[in-house]
Design a protein around this ligand. Structure first.
Ligand SMILES: CC(C)(COP(=O)(O)OP(=O)(O)OC[C@H]1O[C@@H](n2cnc3c(N)ncnc32)[C@H](O)[C@@H]1OP(=O)(O)O)[C@@H](O)C(=O)NCCC(=O)NCCS
Length: 128
């Protein structure tokens, strides 16, 4: 499973691919990972807060609702676990991801200057 995640991550983030070991380390550090053949999402819960660490969908399977479906599963899990606030960061030039998050109720709460190799990150929050 971790090898498949490595391959899928490379398709989604060709300039910053993660290895199977990276995913194993994330799991060991307490992150949750939901993955299917064409998508994955990694998130972490601390008390009543959660962070979406990353989300990716195979380029051949995009715009078919996979990311929306994965976020729906995560929101359900987080509600059951008593999470009240979900946070994430997204590069200011990542229009598809920003649109995805806004459609799912995230709002902009700040900016981290030059967070991604010189590109600003938008900080977003959703209260559930
Ligand atoms: C962002 C990403 C996860 C979206 O996955 P997806 O499965 O294609 O998204 P969905 O089909 O569930 O789309 C849900 C909504 O997101 C928005 N969206 C997704 N892709 C979009 C695009 N290319 N342009 C504009 N809006 C987009 C739309 O609002 C869409 O709803 P709609 O199809 O009804 O208009 C995918 O493009 C991806 O893997 N990108 C590369 C990795 C990445 O940048 N991850 C985010 C890091 S913060």
């Amino acid at each position: 499973m971790l090898g498949e995640l490595e391959n899928l991550h490379k398709l989604c983030f060709p300039h910053k691919p993660w290895t199977a070991q990276d995913f194993a380390d994330l799991k060991k550090s307490g992150c949750d990972i939901i993955a299917s053949q064409n998508g994955f999402i990694v998130y972490r819960v601390v008390c009543d807060e959660a962070e979406i660490i990353t989300i990716g969908v195979n380029p051949d399977a995009r715009r078919t609702g996979i990311a929306n479906a994965m976020l729906g599963i995560v929101f359900g899990d987080l509600k059951k676990r008593g999470v009240k606030h979900i946070f994430l960061e997204v590069a200011v030039d990542n229009k598809p991801a920003i649109a995805l998050y806004e459609q799912n109720g995230f709002v902009r709460v700040g900016v981290r200057p030059k967070y991604y190799d010189g590109i600003d990150a938008i900080m977003m929050e959703k209260n559930i």
